[in-house]
Design a protein around this ligand. Structure first.
Ligand code: NAD
Length: 299
């Protein structure tokens, strides 16, 4: 299919937006970016450096290409300037539905009529945002996973009026930046893989909190089974246990099912500021967690 996207605009260049902008630039797109905090693009890329080295096992682009791509992104002072002639706009501002609705209203007013408007939200379906625009048929969820350099899959989900054509163009664009589109046919919280990952988190947190199995054995089992360099608890430490707790609460608040409530023991860790890698302690201690020791998987 002919690629209808030439110019990409990214709005919100924190942790994820900076990566999406860079990724698109690496794959030859003209990319402009806007953030209400002017220095955010540079800062986000600086923070990403060490993580890229750790998570770049199956990189979508090499670290060298990544650096070159980042330099090609045009960071604009005004939103209007960033949206000029954009074919697709990807919003990556914080996870707050009212904030996103406000941003989408401005995007709709300022972006060319041809532009597709996408949100990178981790949990808010586009159906809760599209209503503030005059082009709901061109609105969709495009959810990149972290880090966009090493995790080449993207959830794609339409809202109540998104056309097949918009989904088709979105899928083609994801493929064109080295990604695998994961198509969600019917709206669901958590999209595709987040929901799979969430089922793993819920079960393993329960097994640990209720004292059934030591978390290290759960991680060992996972690492042997999958060949990955971390198990669920190592991964949760890397994401941040505050983030994990917050996400679990989003699911609980949606379902109100007590089984969906994250364990109190996890909340206690968050209160103690044992948030994982970023505070030096979570399930493991950092910078040298036990699961990285060569002996961790020995019998
Ligand atoms: P972040 O806080 O790192 O970045 C958000 C950026 O948006 C900040 O730089 C902020 O200055 C900017 N911003 C705030 N209000 C703005 C406005 N009105 N206009 C323009 N810029 C504005 O957040 P993040 O972690 O990059 O998350 C962004 C989105 O991506 C969220 O919806 C989140 O759920 C989603 N997401 C995050 C991850 C992740 O691992 N961090 C993964 C997948 C999806």
């Amino acid at each position: 299919m002919e690629n209808k996207i030439h110019r990409v605009a990214v709005v919100g260049t924190g942790v994820l937006g900076s990566q999406i902008a860079t990724l698109a630039a690496c794959f030859g797109y003209e990319v402009s970016a806007y953030d209400s905090d002017e220095g955010s693009f540079e800062r986000a890329l600086d923070d990403l450096g060490s993580l890229i080295e750790r998570r770049g096992e199956r990189p979508v682009v090499s670290v060298e290409e990544w650096d070159k791509g980042a330099r090609k992104v045009v960071v604009c002072k005004e939103l209007e300037e960033a949206l000029q002639d954009a074919d697709i706009v990807i919003e990556a501002v914080p996870e707050d539905v009212e904030l996103k609705r406000g941003v989408f209203q401005r995007l709709d007013a300022l972006a060319p009529a041809k532009a597709i408007l996408a949100t990178n939200s981790s949990s808010i379906p586009i159906s809760r945002i599209e209503g503030v625009t005059t082009r709901p048929e061109k609105c969709l969820n495009l959810h990149f996973y972290f880090p966009a350099l090493g995790t080449n899959m993207v959830d794609i989900m339409g809202g109540t009026k998104t056309t097949d054509e918009t989904i088709k163009v979105g899928k083609a664009w994801i493929r064109s930046v080295g990604g695998v589109p994961l198509t969600v046919n019917k709206e669901i919280l958590g999209f595709c893989f987040n929901r799979v990952w969430r089922a793993i988190k819920r079960e393993t947190l329960y097994m640990w909190a209720e004292g059934f199995v030591d978390f290290r054995d759960i991680d060992r089992a996972w690492m042997i089974f999958s060949g990955m360099s971390q198990g669920p608890f190592g991964l949760m430490d890397n994401v941040g246990l505050d983030v994990i707790y917050h996400i679990e609460m989003v699911y609980y608040n949606e379902s109100k099912d007590p089984k969906d409530h994250p364990p109190e023991a996890l909340k206690a860790m968050v209160v103690r500021k044992e948030l994982g890698r970023k505070t030096g302690k979570g399930f493991y201690t950092y910078p040298d967690p036990e699961y990285s020791n060569p002996g961790f998987l020995e019998a």
